[in-house]
Design a protein around this ligand. Structure first.
Ligand code: BG6
Length: 499
């Protein structure tokens, strides 16, 4: 963590959904890491709220038992958990009823952050009740903030309605809309790579860049998430949030300062510049797919439609590829290709920037259009790093060229492997830094850009194209790029570079 390590001010974190999966798998490991790193001190408290029967001890037992995946080594975990656990409490109650808020009022004082780790349908109601019970009232000595997980809305209209409902009761400065991709170190590095390097930012425009590809390929299949996933699909689950955050980092203009609002202004502006397609254009620029039975990393995966809690005739997509345009001077004419899918051949989240070919070259046997273009790959996960494809002279008497990759792997230089990604987001929530959180206008701009695809796929009778589990996705996604004479950057398993 690159922050100057100064403990956050004394805070109580109230977690709605105390016994839930998110709390156990991600929030608690992050809070333990924060305790270990001194990002929170002995004046930090956790109060879980939930419907499950139990008391303080029951919650401590449930949370202490977590699988430390993404967390630190067992010994250190034990030590930090031993220090934190007596400051973890539980309030049992139904958060759709007023009673629990009255009790909450008598249990918290001073700085309080409320974390909504609950299904999205409760977000509006919880915020209303917190505000109606006076729990969101701040003063000069105490902040009151709300952290809201995704999904923030399920389309443009519902996202707008949720923003309006929340902002009728609390101010934007109190709302921290979480996108966990922004907690990833390498996502934050995109801004540094661009704005701390003259040689990158100077060529970061339509004069030099041919196209941008943003990929989030996953090997996991829908597994036990059928109920949520079948009502959601790959587009809603990944694009207006995670992939658009990456797009905003790549495409935003340099902010005038590194203040949260200056950065959020630029991200908001560029997301509003993503072209909103007509239905006919959406049809030409979007591909959806669903996986059939196959093998992923040596394991048999059943077809999506044979998964638990998925309708056998489901038309929900597990893969999506889009060609988007960003209508600004900087990006005029540069396609942004986005793709994401489940049950694919390997896990690979990356941004591939392909530069234009050199205009002229007289190397024997390598006319300009035969030289491979320069390419910058920002590898988000796994195997975090940056790599740049350039052409060099092949050793020997002949003047011949050879493509090579300049490769930087984070793991070779730094230790970034032991955090969950939530540490920096929760720390920022406590210190009041909204840089890595989504503002209402940016959320709505993201939904506006994907709405034509949602409408199209809800209204037409076609079904998603099939792709085999363990493959690179449907062939129509290849055709989307082939139409522009481009091709997808090949997905590479961790540690292996594709030539
Ligand atoms: C979540 C989606 O928001 O992000 C999941 O709901 C997806 O479907 C996950 O698997 C991907 O996150 P990460 O950090 O594993 O790349």
């Amino acid at each position: 963590m690159s922050k100057s390590v100064k403990p956050a001010p004394p805070t109580t974190l109230v977690i709605f959904g105390a016994f839930g999966d998110l709390t156990r798998r991600l929030l608690m490991p992050a809070l333990i890491n924060m305790t270990r790193l001194g990002l929170v001190g002995g004046d930090f408290h956790v109060l879980g709220v939930g419907i499950d029967e139990g008391n303080d001890q029951a919650l401590r037992d449930a949370l202490g038992n977590f699988d430390a995946k993404g967390g630190e080594g067992a010994g250190e975990k034990g030590d930090a958990w031993a220090r934190l656990k007596d400051r973890v409490g539980y309030l049992q109650g139904d958060f759709t009823k007023d009673d629990v808020y009255a009790q909450l009022k008598s249990r918290v004082s001073g700085n309080v952050a409320f974390y909504l780790a609950v299904p999205a349908k409760f977000f509006g109601e919880i915020v209303d009740k917190l505000a109606d019970h006076g729990l969101m009232r701040e003063d000069a000595h105490a902040f009151r903030r709300i952290a809201i997980e995704k999904p923030f809305g399920h389309d443009l209209a519902s996202a707008r309605a949720l923003n309006a409902r929340i902002l009728a009761k609390v101010s934007e400065a109190q709302v921290y809309r979480i996108d966990h991709f922004l907690g990833k170190e390498t996502v934050q590095n995109i801004m540094t790579a661009r704005f701390a390097n003259m040689m990158i930012e100077r060529v970061w425009n339509a004069d030099c860049i041919a196209h941008v590809q943003i990929t989030a390929a996953e090997t996991v299949d829908v597994g036990t998430r059928g109920k949520f996933y079948d009502a959601t699909g790959a587009l809603r689950d990944m694009v207006p949030n995670h992939l658009f955050q990456l797009l905003a980092m790549v495409a935003m203009e340099p902010p005038a300062s590194f203040d949260a609002e200056a950065i959020r202004n630029e991200k908001g502006k560029v997301l509003k510049a993503v072209r909103v397609y007509s239905p006919a254009k959406a049809k030409r620029n979007g591909v959806r797919g669903t996986y059939t039975a196959g093998t992923v990393k040596g394991n048999a995966v059943p077809a999506y439609t044979a998964s638990a809690d998925v309708a056998p005739d489901s038309r929900t997509e597990t893969y999506v590829a889009l060609k988007l345009m960003v209508d600004t001077w900087r990006w005029a004419g540069v396609p942004f290709y986005l793709r994401t899918g489940k049950a694919m051949t390997c896990r690979d989240t990356e941004i591939a920037i392909t530069f234009k070919p050199v205009p002229f070259a007289s190397f024997p046997g390598a006319p300009a259009d035969m030289l491979p273009p320069n390419r910058l790959i920002i590898q988000i996960q796994p195997d975090e790093g940056l790599s740049m494809d350039i052409n060099i002279k092949r050793p020997g008497l002949e003047v011949a060229t050879a493509p090579i990759a300049l490769d930087f792997r984070y793991a070779d230089a730094f230790d970034i492997g032991h955090l969950t990604g939530y540490e920096s987001l929760i720390y920022d929530l406590f210190v009041g830094d909204q840089t890595l959180f989504q503002r209402a206008d940016a959320i709505e701009a993201g939904w506006a850009a994907v709405q034509p695809f949602l409408d199209l796929w809800a209204s037409d009778t076609s079904t998603p194209e099939l792709y085999e589990a363990g493959s690179m996705g449907p062939t129509a996604a290849d055709a989307l790029l082939a139409h522009d004479d481009h091709s997808w950057h090949e997905l590479a398993p961790a540690g292996q570079t594709v030539p």
